[in-house]
Design a protein around this ligand. Structure first.
Ligand SMILES: [Zn+2]
Length: 54
């Protein structure tokens, strides 16, 4: 069976994997790489915003 990994955030299918022994297909909720990065899970570097007042 085909397992469709659907992103919880952008609702995009970001991965498809095959599972043997089952028929049909199913969807699994998850998070794609892009959304993971956007949420800051992938890397910890936060955009440094600095404001200078003179
Ligand atoms: Zn996503």
């Amino acid at each position: 069976m085909k397992v469709y990994h659907v992103c919880d955030i952008c609702q995009r299918i970001f991965n498809v994997s095959e599972q043997e022994g089952y028929e049909g297909s199913m969807a699994m909720q998850g998070m794609c790489e892009e959304c993971l990065q956007e949420m800051g899970f992938a890397d910890n570097s936060s955009p440094s915003q600095q404001f200078f007042y003179n």
